[in-house]
Design a protein around this ligand. Structure first.
Ligand SMILES: O=C([S-])c1cc(C(=O)S)c[n+]([C@@H]2O[C@H](COP(=O)(O)O)[C@@H](O)[C@H]2O)c1
Ligand code: NI
Length: 461
């Protein structure tokens, strides 16, 4: 596998002047050439057999647009908190850059919803179907960007809409509260106008998931891109107006002189340039000798909630012989400011060291084995198509031991034996991934992400 660096020349500019929702951006990225089967595989890696993505084409205000339908295949999907989605993303068999971008997006979404509802971000919950919708949109967009080889992203000013929108909790004003939080410090543009005598306001043009994606992915706002344009993708949601196309556009290009690679259909070649096991990150550190030790678990949790990839403490002996701790947090470079904010806000340190690090991560995949008549997840880390390690999920084994009244150590030994019997041993070839069986029922819900319909899912709090 190669390092991510060569792909940095490919740039995407997101045109969100008509608003943005997660499915609209996904439609635009697939329209720009990202392979939908590979996008589906990434979503399956996070939530196996739960969501089916289908590509269609529609017309919006006279423009042909790509559209990705998100069908939820399970009957009673669970409510999920940001903490549980973070764990799913951390364990999934995703490319490092896809994981980083998806974690950053959900972290912003959880911060915004947490602020709006006055609760800690880790406790923000995503309603049943909406959790799967959001995972499909966020992971799908992040993987699609990777497949297109996109290293950097900018975006246009944003239209948020006007009026009110009906959600599960009642009638709320547009921009909806989470969007208002997420759009802070981002230029907004006047909403497109309905044509004719239609007096209704345009409604919700930007959804929380869509704006979280823009804010997590785009490094800054630009009125237009300055590059050699290679590919254009157009993506629609459900909402359709006379007189103006309700679409997100993605313009993919490269600085003049860069290789002409980002053309429709050439995405796989670019993808290999970012498909690597080296992740770029920053590490922030502070030595602290005067914090009440009871506060440390909360600090670590707050750092993970703010999007740190990892956070830990190292016991040290400081000057004057004082026992103390080094607080360490690892994060994507674009999260460093937020991580520093948390450290300054929640600890007594008045300084932070920060340095760039590269971390080498094994790709992961999961499988299942039978233990005491029940399925237990096995986390498989792999490299070049071979298993490096396969470990039964300890928490699942412990839960099973508790329900069956058996010693954890015995069931754990049994789980390890089942892993060996299933030939999930170091050096063995990688088993087939758990992919979408794909054939659930037609789901009654509308998965249009707030564009043009009343919405009672797809949201978090
Ligand atoms: O149900 C809740 S808590 C909810 C809160 C908010 C806030 O802005 S706060 C917004 N919504 C609406 O849910 C849909 C889906 O949005 P996605 O981002 O998941 O596509 C949309 O209409 C939001 O305005 C729900
Ligand atoms: Ni809600």
């Amino acid at each position: 596998m190669s390092s991510p660096a060569p792909a940095q020349a490919v740039h995407a500019w997101l045109d969100v002047t008509a608003g943005v929702a997660g499915d609209m951006l996904l439609g635009a990225l697939v329209d720009a050439g990202a392979d939908l089967d590979r996008v589906q595989a990434a979503v399956d890696a996070v939530v196996p057999r739960s969501v089916r993505l289908t590509r269609t084409e529609v017309n919006r205000g006279g423009q042909r647009s790509g559209k990705v339908e998100v069908d939820v295949l399970v009957d009673d999907p669970p409510h999920r908190t940001w903490a549980s989605i973070r764990a799913l993303l951390a364990d999934a068999d995703l490319a490092p850059i896809t994981r980083q971008r998806a974690l950053a997006t959900f972290s912003l979404l959880a911060d915004a919803e947490g602020f709006v509802h006055g609760i800690p971000p880790a406790d923000v919950h995503f309603h049943e179907v909406g959790a799967l919708d959001s995972i499909a949109d966020v992971v799908g967009c992040c993987e699609a960007l990777r497949l297109l080889g996109v290293g950097t992203v900018t975006a246009s000013p944003l239209a948020v809409g006007a009026g009110r929108v009906r959600i599960a909790h009642g009638d709320i004003p547009v921009p909806v509260p989470a969007v208002a939080q997420l759009a802070r410090d981002w230029p907004l543009v006047a909403n497109p106008r309905r044509t004719g005598d239609d007096p209704r306001p345009v409604g919700e043009l930007a959804t929380p998931t869509g704006v979280a994606l823009v804010r997590a992915l785009a490094e800054r706002c630009e009125d237009g891109p300055s590059f050699t344009l290679r590919t254009v993708g157009v993506g629609a949601g459900n909402k359709d107006f006379d007189g103006w196309p309700n679409v997100v556009r993605v313009l993919v290009g490269a600085p003049a002189g860069a290789p002409a690679a980002a053309q429709r259909g050439s995405a796989p070649a670019l993808a290999s340039a970012v498909d690597g096991d080296l992740e770029q990150a920053v590490q922030l550190e502070a030595n602290v000798d005067d914090l009440d030790p009871r506060l440390w678990p909360g600090v670590l949790e707050a750092l993970l909630s703010a999007g740190a990839m990892d956070a830990w403490l190292v016991p040290i002996l400081m000057k004057k012989g004082r026992p103390a701790h080094t607080l360490c947090a690892l994060a994507a470079a674009d999260r460093a400011d937020r991580i520093a904010d948390v450290i300054f806000a929640q600890t007594s340190t008045i300084g932070i060291r920060q340095h760039a690090v590269a971390r080498r991560v094994l790709a992961r995949r999961s499988a299942r084995v039978q233990v005491a008549g029940q399925d237990v997840t096995v986390k498989i880390s792999h490299r070049s198509g071979r298993i490096v390690q396969a470990t039964p999920e300890f928490d699942e084994v412990a839960a099973l031991a508790s329900t069956q009244g058996l010693p954890v150590a015995d069931l754990h030994a049994e789980a390890n034996a089942a892993v060996v019997r299933a030939r999930l041993t170091a050096g063995a070839p990688l088993p087939t991934p758990e992919v979408s069986a794909g054939h659930g029922h037609d789901h009654p819900h509308d998965h249009g992400h707030g564009h043009g319909h009343s919405h009672d899912h797809g949201h978090a709090h």
